[in-house]
Design a protein around this ligand. Structure first.
Ligand code: NCD
Ligand code: ZN
Length: 347
C-alpha cells in the first residue's frame, strides 16, 4: 500500500512499445529497460517484421543492444499483411518467437504502408490465431478520407471491430492505445478475451494540446488525442482496477526534424518517464493503490505469462523532464518536455 511519499509495486511491463532499429534503438532502449521487465515490441519497421526469421533477427539485435547485466525480455510481434501465412504465424507462436500479431489497417499510421487493406484478407490467419490462443493486437482506426480523423476509432469499432469479435468470439484481442469513451464502452461490453492498452499521453492530454498557442507537433500521435470527455473516460477505465486495461506506452520516437516539419510524423516519445507519468495520473485520481494492477498484473494475466519478480519504488518528488534527449546521435523530444513530473523511480 502507498504511504505519503513512496509507492512500491511489482516490476511492471510495457505492452506496446516502438523500439525502432539501429542507433536510435540503441539510444531509446535503455529508457524502457530502466522501468520495465518485458515489452511487446511493435513490428512496424521498414521493411516490417512479418515472418519468423525477421522477428528472430530483430530480437537478436535488441538483445545485443541491452545494457550490461540487463534481464529485459523483448516480446516479439508479427506484422500482419494481406498475404500473411497462417502456418508461419502458428509456427512463430509455437516456437516462442511471436507473442502476438499486430493489425495495422493499411496507411492508418507510421509504418503501416504494408498493412492490411481489408480484414477479409486475413480471415484465415485470424481463425488460426483464435484456435491457438495467439493474441491479436489492433490499431483501431479506419482510413477512408471521408471519415473525420477524430471519429476514426469510433467508426472502426462499428465497421470492423464489432463484426470481427462477433465472427471470432474467442479471439484474444487487445484494442491498442484506446482514445475514446466509445472504445472503453466496447471493451466493457466484450468478454474477458478483449482488453485494451492505454498510453500516458491519452491520460494527460486532450486534443487542445496540439493547438495550445500554435501547432504543437510533439503532442501529435495516432490515434490522435480526442475531446476532454474521452480523456476522462480513459482515466476512469485505467484507474478502475478492471483487469481489461493495462499499461502500453506506445512510445514512438521520431527525430526532432521529422516531428518539426511541414508534414510532421505521428508519435510521442514517452519512454523516458513513462512509469512516472502514469503514477502522476493515478495519484491525481486518488488511485495509487491501483497502479500495480494496471502496470504489473493485468497485462501478464491477459497474455498468460507469469508476473514479474522484483519491484520498483516510486517516490513523490519533482523531476524536470529535459527539453530534448539524445538517442545515439538523434535528438528526440520526450513527452512532458520542459515540465516537472511529481514522481521519480528510486534508483
Ligand atoms: C507509431 C510510430 O511512430 O511507429 N506512431 C504513433 O503515433 N503512435 C505508430 C502507431 O502506433 O500508430
Ligand atoms: Zn504504436
Amino acid at each position: 500500500m502507498p504511504n505519503d511519499t513512496r509507492l512500491t509495486i511489482r516490476r511492471p511491463d510495457d505492452w506496446h512499445v516502438h523500439l525502432r532499429d539501429g542507433d536510435v534503438m540503441r539510444g531509446v532502449l535503455p529508457y524502457t529497460v530502466r522501468q520495465f521487465a518485458r515489452a511487446i515490441v511493435m513490428p512496424n519497421l521498414s521493411p516490417p517484421i512479418a515472418d519468423v526469421d525477421a522477428a528472430i533477427a530483430y530480437r537478436e539485435r535488441i538483445l545485443a543492444a541491452l545494457p550490461q547485466g540487463s534481464d529485459f525480455t523483448p516480446l516479439m510481434t508479427c506484422y500482419l499483411t494481406d498475404s500473411t501465412d497462417p502456418a508461419e504465424l502458428a509456427r512463430g507462436f509455437a516456437e516462442g518467437v511471436f507473442t502476438a500479431a499486430k493489425l495495422y489497417p493499411a496507411h492508418a499510421t507510421t509504418g503501416s504502408a504494408h498493412g492490411v487493406t481489408d480484414v477479409a484478407n486475413i480471415a484465415k490467419p485470424l481463425e488460426t490465431m483464435q484456435d491457438i490462443g495467439m493474441p491479436l493486437l489492433v490499431h483501431g482506426e479506419v482510413t477512408d478520407p471521408g471519415t473525420d480523423i477524430f471519429d476514426r476509432e469510433a467508426v472502426f469499432i462499428e465497421r470492423i471491430l464489432a463484426p470481427l469479435v462477433g465472427r471470432l468470439p474467442d479471439l484474444k484481442l487487445v484494442f491498442e492505445h484506446i482514445t475514446t469513451a466509445d472504445a472503453v464502452g466496447f471493451v466493457e461490453s466484450a468478454g474477458p478475451n478483449v482488453a485494451a492498452t492505454i498510453t500516458p499521453q491519452h491520460l494527460h492530454i486532450n486534443r487542445n494540446a496540439m493547438f495550445a498557442g500554435g501547432l504543437r507537433p510533439h503532442a501529435y500521435c495516432l490515434p490522435v488525442a480526442k475531446r476532454e470527455k474521452h480523456r476522462l473516460a480513459l482515466r476512469k477505465a485505467a484507474t478502475s482496477g478492471s483487469p481489461k486495461y493495462f499499461l502500453g506506452t506506445d512510445s514512438a520516437p521520431h527525430a526532432v526534424s521529422a516531428k518539426e516539419s511541414a508534414c510532421g510524423c505521428a508519435g510521442i516519445f514517452n519512454a523516458p518517464f513513462a512509469l512516472e507519468s502514469y503514477a502522476a495520473v493515478f495519484d491525481e485520481e486518488g488511485a495509487l493503490d491501483r497502479l500495480e494492477g494496471f502496470a504489473s498484473e493485468h497485462g501478464p494475466r491477459f497474455y498468460g505469462l507469469p508476473l514479474n519478480d522484483g519491484s520498483v519504488t516510486l517516490e513523490r518528488t519533482d523531476v524536470e523532464v529535459p527539453a530534448v534527449l539524445d538517442a545515439c546521435g538523434t535528438p528526440i523530444v520526450p513527452f512532458h518536455a520542459g515540465e516537472a513530473i511529481g514522481w521519480r523511480i528510486v534508483p
